[in-house]
Design a protein around this ligand. Sequence first.
Ligand code: FAD
Ligand code: EPU
Length: 352
Amino acid sequence: MNSEVVQPEANVCLQACNTLRLPARAAWLYRAATIEQLCDAIDWADSRSLPLLILGGGSNVILAGDFPGLVVKIGINGRCWSDVSADAATLELGAGENWHETVMYAVRSGYRGIENLALIPGTVGAAPIQNIGAYGVELSQSLIDVQVWDREARDIRTLAANECEFGYRDSLFKRNPTRYVVLKVRLRLAKKAPLNLMYRDLQAYFGDDVEPDSLTAEDVARAVIQVRCRKLPDPDMLPNVGSFFKNPVVSLEHYQALKIELPELVAYEGPDNAKLAAGWLIDFCGWKGHRESHVGVHNRQALVLVHHGNGEGRELLSLAARIRDDVQSRFGVVLEVEPRIFPVDMREAFGF
Ligand code: FAD
Ligand code: EPU
C-alpha cells in the first residue's frame, strides 16, 4: 500500500455524482480505477481520520449536505466469462461496471437470470449492497459470490452468496456500511433457465396468450424497460433515487385489519407477514403529484420523491418526514427510507 501516491481533489461539488442532484460538496474526492488505488485511498483517509464514502453511480444516496471526508468513486472495470458449460456460464464483473449495460450484454449473449433487473441505474458494485430487485427477481438469485476489501481484516475476502445475509433491500453490506467495499461480483447465468413473468405488469405486457417458451431473455428485458419508462422518472430529466421508502412488512393481523377497512389496499401476502405497497399508502394519503417549490412526489409513482431543481437536502427530507408521519398516523405503519442519507446529522435531524 502506498497512500502517498493518492492525490484527491479538494472541495468538490457532488451534484454530477448523484441522481438527486441536491447541492453538496465533498471535502475530498478520488476516482479509483484499480483495487490498488482504492486501498491506497482508504489508507489515505484512515491516516487522516477522515470519514469515507464509497460511491458508484449515486442513484441510491441522498447527499443532503456537505460530506466532511473522502468520497471514493469506484471505477474498477472489467467483464469476462468463465466456467462455461453447455448451458451455464459465470459472468465476472468489476465493481465499476454499469449494471444496465451488464444486463443487456448478458441477454444479448443468450443468458437468462438478470433480465428482470434491466434499467436499474448504477454500478455492479452497488447491486449487492441492497440486493437490487425488480419485477419478481432479486440479484441474490444469480449471485455466486462477492469479492470485498474488508476494512476490519485489512484484506481481500470472497463472500459466498449465502454469507451475504441477503434479504429484501438488505444485506450484510448494507448493515455494515463502513466495513466492506465491493471489488468484484460473480453471477451464474444459464441459457435454459425459466423466465419469470409472474409480476403483474409483465403479465399485462405480454397478455394471457403468450407462450413463455417463445420469448427470449432480451424480450423480457425490453418489456421491463418499457414498463419502467412508463412509471419511473428518468433521473437525467427529473432527479430522483427511485423508491424513496421500502415497502413495509407488517404482521398478518395488522394487514388483515387494514384490508377489512380498505379492501383495495395492495399487498403481497406471505405465510408469516405481508409486504404493503408503500406507493399505494402514500397515494391514498393524497401525496401523489404533490409539489412544494423545489421538491415533490412523482405524479405517476407516489413512492418516488423528486427534485425539481434549485432545492436543498433539508427541503426533500422535510417532505419525506411529513409523508412518513402521515402514513404512520393513518395506517400505523412506519416507512423506512431505502437509500442512505449523508451526512449523518441531516439524517438524524429528520428522524430517519
Ligand atoms: P450508489 O448510489 O453510488 O451507492 C448506494 C450505496 O451503496 C451507498 O451506500 C454506497 O456507499 C454503497 N456502495 C456503492 N458502491 C459500493 C461498493 N463498490 N462497495 C461498497 N459499497 C458501495 N433499486 C432496486 O433495487 N430496484 C429497482 O427497481 C430500482 N429502480 C431504480 C430506479 C431509479 C429511477 C433510480 C434512480 C434508482 C433505482 N434503484 C432501484 C436504486 C439504485 O439504482 C440501486 O440501489 C443501485 O444498485 C445503486 O447503484 P449505484 O452505483 O448508483 O449506488
Ligand atoms: N401504487 C399505487 N399508487 C402509486 C404507486 C403504486 O397505487 O402511486 C400501487 C400500484 O398500482 C401497484 C403497487 O402499488 O399495485 C406496487 O407498485 P409498483 O408495481 O410500481 O411497485 P412498487 O412496490 O412501488 C417496487 C420496488 C421498485 C421496483 C418495482 C418493480 C421497492 C421499495 N420498490 O416498487 O424498486 O422497481 O417494485 O418490481 O421495493 C427501487 O427500489 O428504487 C425501485 C424502484
